[in-house]
Design a protein around this ligand. Structure first.
Ligand SMILES: Nc1ncnc2c1ncn2[C@@H]1O[C@H](COP(=O)(O)OP(=O)(O)OP(=O)(O)O)[C@@H](O)[C@H]1O
Ligand SMILES: [Mg+2]
Length: 362
């Protein structure tokens, strides 16, 4: 039985519609991640669930009960805000314990909760400081702590790690992943960071202009994106796209472009036969290009090293294919010189095709 259901929800500000007819069901104890570019409506959706924005149309059900008429405090929801929203005149401990004090929890219980959560978040030494005496990342952790001390059935997180440095961010991400297993709560987490989305979410919901593009597990979205937007959004460096033209020759279908000719695997052969237009967008992930090393498996491509970038265990090569700039990821052991040409192979099975008009995956 789904725990939280968004039914045809709509949100307009005057004549501007931010969310139009959004439908989403989240199962009990599920960790749902809403991911999408800035301005796509992620915070708006969270704020509607929390009761901080009035729905223009539609209904939100929690445990089968409509809640859109309920005040935020009656929804059994704790939220971590993107802009922290800490009380400036209270120290960290009092900020964290605010909701518990309001609910008249016993003092010992409050102290125990605050201490435990502050420990997890690494902010024990900051408990007596005021928000103005904290860095952005520290404030963000306090904002998270203030929600986590609560007993709510649902936790909403709006980009709770965006102001942390890379190391702390990875550490907190792991803490969150561990914590959610212990907590067994509904969690809805908003981020524009696809790595965060992929590592944390049981269900990832990709939003674009207030519209759900696709939802599923990280693997489903990565391996079988429904359109070019999802394909380009998940994965780093992102999938490469270039223009191509379908051509049939000797009973096989190829996709041709400026400087390449790729035979399509059987699965794609059948699908493109119904295509009206011969124009397609080709998608190949940066990791699908393999240094040939004399191998003749797959399609052979000679590609220029325009700019090699060393990023640690991997190197990313800026190259060109089909008249467009592409990125190729190789092991950083590979010796790379600028302006040389390298021989690559690509397994035809790793080729994606998209309709240039609808951008849907073919
Ligand atoms: N009060 C408002 N009046 C008019 N437009 C608004 C209002 N609040 C938000 N919007 C618009 O709604 C859209 C969605 O905003 P929202 O804050 O939900 O985006 P977001 O996906 O959370 O983005 P970010 O990743 O930058 O936080 C934006 O285009 C924004 O300008
Ligand atoms: Mg936002």
């Amino acid at each position: 039985m789904p725990q939280i259901v968004l039914q045809d929800i709509k949100k307009s500000y005057g004549s501007v519609t931010v969310v139009e007819n959004l439908n989403l069901s989240m199962a009990n104890n599920e960790f749902t991640v809403l991911v999408g570019p800035s301005g796509c409506g992620k915070s708006t959706v969270l704020r509607m669930i929390a009761g901080l924005e009035v729905l223009t149309a539609g209904e939100i059900l929690i445990d089968d009960k409509p809640v859109s008429h309920l005040e935020p405090k009656d929804r059994d929801i704790a939220m971590v805000f993107q802009d922290y929203a800490l009380y400036p005149h209270m120290n960290v401990a009092r900020n964290m314990s605010f909701a518990l004090r309001l609910a008249r929890y016993p003092k010992a219980k409050i102290e125990e909760r605050v201490k435990k959560v502050a420990d997890i978040l690494g902010i024990v030494p900051l408990l007596s400081r005021k928000p103005a005496q904290l860095s952005g990342g520290q404030r963000q952790r306090v904002a998270m702590g203030r929600a986590l001390v609560r007993d709510a059935s649902t936790f909403l997180f709006d980009e709770p790690l965006s102001n942390l440095d890379a190391k702390l961010r990875t550490q907190m991400r792991a803490e969150l992943a561990l914590m959610r297993r212990r907590l067994e709560k509904n969690m809805i987490y908003v981020t524009h960071d696809q790595v965060e989305a992929m590592t944390l979410g049981d269900r990832i919901v990709v939003l674009r202009s207030g519209d759900i593009q696709q939802q599923g597990s990280a693997e489903q979205l990565y391996k079988t994106p429904v359109n070019k937007f999802v394909a380009g959004f998940l994965g780093s460096p992102p999938m490469n796209f270039f223009d191509g033209m379908l051509e049939e020759s000797e009973g096989r279908i190829f996709v041709n472009g400026d400087g390449y000719r790729l035979p399509l695997p059987d699965t794609l052969q059948k699908r493109v036969q119904e295509q009206q237009s011969k124009e397609v967008i080709v998608g190949i992930r940066p990791t699908a290009f393999k240094i040939a090393n004399g191998s003749t498996d797959g399609v052979q491509l000679d590609l220029p090293v325009v700019l090699p970038e060393y990023i640690g265990s991997q190197s990313v090569i800026m190259s060109r294919l089909g008249g467009q700039q592409i990125q190729i990821e190789v092991s950083s052991d590979t010796p790379l010189g600028t302006n040389e040409t390298l021989a690559f192979t690509v397994d035809p099975k790793s080729i994606y095709l998209f309709d240039p008009n609808t951008e849907a995956t073919l």
